[in-house]
Structures are given as structure tokens and as C-alpha cells.
Ligand binder design. Sequence first.
Ligand SMILES: [Fe+2]
Ligand SMILES: [Fe+2]
Length: 172
Amino acid sequence: MRFTSLKLDSLRDLFIEELRDLYSAESQLIEALPLMANAAHSATLKSAFNHHLAQTKEHAARLERIFSGIGEKAAGETCEAMKGLVKEGQQLIDAKGDANVRDAGLIGAAQRVEHYEMAGYGTARSLAKRLGENEIASVLQQTLDEEGETDKKLTSLAESQTTPQASSTGSR
Ligand SMILES: [Fe+2]
Ligand SMILES: [Fe+2]
């Protein structure tokens, strides 16, 4: 979210801004998730990333439908927070070392993304309700639920991953 030189006169202005932030976030993820899937070592993690890529494309499409329904443009905002999260994810994609440890790092990066999205969709959903946009609120809730399910799935992968072999030959 970027509030620089933003004029917010109404809740609707804020709502549109939140939706554009989410749209930018989803668009960035459509680029980033294939790289995460490619970098994942475990087949389960790879398929979780690919499954969420398909969901992410649908999330972006839902936002596009919301925008066209209210006669606003989807573009015009860059989600700087997602840029940072993707950059951190890139560091793990580029990381060397034990495959299971790198997978655990990728899961952590992905869960940060999901939590960011959950915060954004929760906010947007609540604003939609306040604005009496109940249909939009339920579409946003649907996406929010999917982000939450993805987060839970990642938690179970994080806990079920094969414990990495101690590769250190150090004194401990
Ligand atoms: Fe999403
Ligand atoms: Fe997501």
C-alpha cells in the first residue's frame, strides 16, 4: 500500500485503492509463482505452488470483474510491499545449499505473501460491507478463504517436510 499523494475523500476512494493494491499484488504473483514452483525441490511443494498459481490467476480475474462492475480501472497502483516480498522470495530461489532447507525457506516466503494477501482481502471485504457492496464482499471473501487455505496447506508442508540431513561437518 502506498499512500503518497493519495487523495482519500471517501471510503469508496479507499476501497478502490485497496482493490488496485491487491490487483497489483496478484499480478506480481502470477509472475513470481512459476519461479517458486520451478525452484521447489519437493514435488508436493511444486504442485502446491502450481495449484496456487491457477488460483492466483482467478483472483486477478475476479478483481477485474469487480472493477468492470463498478466502472473503475484495475491498473494504476504498484504494490510496493509485494515487490519486497517477491524480492525476498527471489533470494530463496537463488539460494544454494540443501534442497529441503531451501524448500523450507520458500514455504516461509510464500506464507508471508499469503498473510499479506489475507490482510488486504480482509480489509477490502470489510470496506465492501460498509459500502453495502455485499456481492463484492462475498467474492472478496471467497478469495480470502482460498488464501487462508493455501496458508494452512503451506503450514502442513512446513511441518511434514523431510527433516534435512545434518550436512554440517562442523564441531557441533
Ligand atoms: Fe491471491
Ligand atoms: Fe495467494
